[in-house]
Design a protein around this ligand. Structure first.
Ligand SMILES: [Zn+2]
Length: 304
């Protein structure tokens, strides 16, 4: 009897303290999918466009409502086609701002100007919505924002949305404008009050047929981060994280690893049939896929 009572009071205490086990943190797949639809309903979100500005307002409002600090890192680039200046904005959303050692969770939030992998030339001039490529990272981080007060990491967390990942019109145009600016700034004028100890980039994580292999540059530069993420996925029995490498991908994690020296893993499903095609739309994506990646990230953050 005594035993039962103390167990009961322990459970009540556990419930009322708001503590929950990280393994039980399950993102809401329907809500994540709704966020993806909302982002894509804006239309193309090319760097410097009206669509991008709408998306910035959406992201800022969303995270301010959830209690995070939101700030912009702004800079100008020359438009590769017109030669006019384009205002670029990386967005930084901070959780646990008092923590001096921090983790970077990032994605790109611009969309490629055109679906240039379409077979017919006429289709390569049509609008590109970028649901998986550009939208899925945003939708997942918006969903994760609802869970950040349930985890208790030792480290602070910054969500960073990189602009200009692919403001690309022709061969030779530069990729990774936002992440390169962010990494160079971090290296050349390091922040006084904190430093980043590791990072995770998410890109194209909403494929209905999700399969995520360890990415080769991630293993090269951020082996411990990569292996610990896959270990968390194994513990959670999330089989979509396949325990071997396949692709070598150039993505926003390269500047972070090579310039800023922040070991950063790229979680990316590169076997997506609609990559840079018109059919990269919400119907090709899955809320469950995003939620699976989100579950791994939340449990992994809680362990850090
Ligand atoms: Zn792309």
């Amino acid at each position: 009897m005594k035993m039962k009572l103390s167990l009961l009071s322990f459970l009540i205490l556990l419930g009322s303290s708001g503590i929950c086990l990280a393994e039980d943190l399950v993102p809401d797949s329907a809500r994540a999918y709704q966020y993806l639809k909302t982002v894509c309903a804006i239309g193309p979100r090319i760097s410097g466009s009206a669509g991008m500005q709408k998306q910035q307002e959406l992201i800022e409002n969303h995270f301010q409502k959830l209690g995070a600090e939101v700030r912009y890192q702004e800079f100008d680039v020359t438009h590769p086609k017109t030669g006019t200046p384009v205002r670029m904005k990386n967005m930084i959303v901070s959780w646990f701002p008092e923590k001096t050692k921090r983790i970077l969770i990032c994605c790109h939030y611009d969309t490629r100007p055109f679906p240039d992998r379409e077979a017919l030339a006429i289709n390569r001039t049509k609008p590109f919505i970028g649901a998986n490529d550009g939208g899925s990272g945003v939708a997942l981080l918006m969903e994760l924002g609802h869970h950040m007060n349930k985890i208790a990491p030792q480290l602070g967390v910054d969500f960073v949305f990189f602009d200009g990942e692919e403001l690309v019109y022709a061969k030779g145009d530069k990729y990774f404008l936002g992440s390169e600016h962010f990494a160079t700034k971090y290296r050349d004028s390091p922040p006084e009050s904190f430093r980043y100890v590791k990072g995770v980039l998410v890109d194209m994580i909403a494929d209905r047929n999700l399969k995520i292999y360890m990415e080769k540059n991630s293993l090269r530069y951020a082996s411990a981060v990569t292996r610990s993420l896959w270990a968390t996925a194994r513990k959670l029995r999330i089989k979509e994280f396949v325990n071997r490498s396949k692709h070598e991908i150039r993505d926003d994690h390269l500047p972070l690893n090579q310039i800023a020296n922040i070991p950063t893993c790229d979680i990316i499903d590169f076997d997506y049939p609609y990559w840079h095609k018109r059919n990269d739309v919400p119907a090709a994506c899955s809320g469950q896929s995003m939620a699976k990646v989100g579950r791994v990230l939340l449990a992994w953050l809680d362990e850090n």
